[in-house]
Ligand binder design. Structure first.
Ligand code: ADP
Ligand code: MG
Length: 472
């Protein structure tokens, strides 16, 4: 990576994308980077109040931005500066001095809450829950497809008619597949279009901490007044309830649930597993979770990964070359979060190293974080190997020429792409001058037959495959 000079502005820019400009202006403008290593990021903040607030609400946001820019996940630490901060840490893009009301700005209800917080900064609650909101997590930036179709449609319906259909809405799926995105999208939409509704979005951990604090402070009535009067209650990562919660917390949640449900109020929950796998949770609670709609989000297919990558690049104002998107989609198939991390990393790497975004840069940028990338074979690799082996030009492969000297290498290239990568027949056709998928299928069948009949073809395929496996 280049010198550390550009790193903090790049991290700030990444943070700025994920928080409202109000939040950025308030919490990040006066933060300076004191030290950065692979293990630790030390930030200098103006006061202990900043320290507490950032530690409570923004550590994850900071960590994700650091990971995106540097590829490392250092511990985030804060040091309180003795002197007032200099003005030298202006973010690369300054936030607007004043901004129009936007969904993520604290609502009047929330600002009351945050003024209480300011008076008593050391108390856990009441939190300004809008600090948990990420302005990017809206319906407009969510890519829907077969893997999340039901969850997405239900989320849209709830945003339009909360409490009417699908109550409770229980959303589950693996890490980084879009649960928080959808739950926040519902929240953003309701904040913007249904200002009359009392909302509360929070994580299950917040709920638990708040409950424990209310027990300690003898404020259970106040706690109940907060939760049991909401029109829409959205709780993220409800599986925490069976990891850390004591019986009394589960009990409290049970009564909160019943009160809201009986009053026809909307409840939205997300979890990393389906209700029946929430062991250690009381059966009566598990069965209630199944009363409404239970929707699962699956990992995205190859085509969905491509669509998500296009969208993520576009949201950053970039159009990345197709082969780069294909390369990432082929090699990163774990979660949407990892796809997003890959895009951010490639873009940051390109600007820090001052290199154009191509497959070679992408390979370099992702080498550390994606283990399989080093061994992945791309369409480019195959086309290069085939044209070199048969001494023909790339344009010949993509042309309409049918002479044997060109047609057979073309069929071999199609066969190799089909067997060594995960591209569909349609996509392979696209690489060869927009040929039909049946042409590709025919080519693959033809080469399979020839391998068993013609030893020279078999040898060529074996040689090419071995070379590709060795060199990529
Ligand atoms: P989860 O809560 O399921 O662990 P998140 O909702 O936090 O996952 O998603 C992780 C990242 O992936 C977020 O940045 C989110 O915007 C993005 N993401 C997930 N699914 C999609 C999708 N279908 N379209 C666009 N972005 C998505
Ligand atoms: Mg989540």
């Amino acid at each position: 990576m280049a010198s550390q000079d550009g790193v903090w502005p790049a991290i700030l820019q990444e943070i700025q994308r994920n928080v409202s400009s109000h939040q950025f202006g308030t919490w990040f403008r006066n933060v300076e980077m004191a030290e950065l290593s692979a293990d630790a990021l030390k930030l200098r903040v103006p006061s202990t109040f900043y320290h507490d607030w950032l530690r409570r609400h923004y550590v994850e946001t900071i960590q994700r931005a650091v990971l995106a820019v540097t590829g490392n996940s250092p511990m985030v630490e804060f040091v309180v500066s003795d002197t007032p901060p200099s003005a030298a840490v202006e973010p690369a893009v300054a936030p607007e001095p004043s901004e129009p009301a936007r969904p993520t700005a604290p609502s009047p209800r929330a600002s009351h809450v945050s003024s209480v917080m300011r008076a008593e900064p050391r108390r856990y609650y009441p939190v300004d829950w809008t600090a948990r909101m990420n302005k990017q997590l809206v319906f407009e930036t969510f890519v829907s497809g077969a893997s999340n179709a039901v969850a997405h449609a239900a989320a849209l319906a709830i945003a339009q008619n909360p409490g009417q259909a699908y109550n409770p809405f229980f959303l589950h799926g693996g890490v980084g597949l879009g649960k928080t995105h959808l739950i926040q999208a519902i929240t953003h939409s309701l904040l913007a279009h249904r200002p009359e509704l009392e909302l509360l979005y929070l994580t299950c951990e917040d709920f638990m901490n708040h409950f424990i604090a209310s027990v300690q402070n003898n404020e259970r009535d106040r706690f109940r007044a907060v939760y049991r009067t909401k029109d829409v209650l959205l709780i993220d990562d409800i599986h925490f309830l069976c990891k850390g919660a004591r019986e009394v917390t589960q009990e409290e949640f049970f009564h909160t649930f019943n009160t809201l449900y009986n009053a026809g109020k909307q409840i939205v929950l997300s979890s990393d597993c389906p209700p029946q796998e929430l062991t250690k949770l009381e059966e009566r609670l598990v069965s209630r979770f199944k009363w409404g709609l239970v929707a699962r989000i699956d990992p995205p297919s190859y085509e969905e990964r491509l669509a998500i990558l296009r969208k993520k690049a576009q949201l950053r104002g970039r159009v990345l070359p197709d082969e780069v998107l294909h390369f990432i989609a082929e090699n990163v198939d774990t979660s949407v979060r990892d796809l997003e991390g890959a895009i951010i990393k490639v873009i940051a790497f390109s600007s820090l190293m001052n290199r154009p975004v191509d497959v070679s840069l992408t390979r370099d940028a992702l080498r550390d974080t994606v283990q399989r990338v080093a061994s992945a074979i791309t369409v480019d690799d195959i086309i290069r190997a085939v044209t070199a082996h048969f001494q023909i030009k790339m344009s010949d492969l993509q042309s309409r020429r049918r002479s044997q000297s060109v047609a057979q290498p073309r069929q071999i290239a199609m066969y190799l792409i089909r067997t060594l990568t995960r591209h569909s027949l349609e996509e392979i056709g696209g690489y060869f001058g927009g040929r039909d998928h049946t042409t590709v299928m025919h080519a693959c069948d033809r080469i399979k037959t020839l391998i068993s009949q013609d030893p020279s073809i078999a040898a060529a395929i074996e040689h090419l495959t071995a070379t590709l496996r060795r060199t990529t």
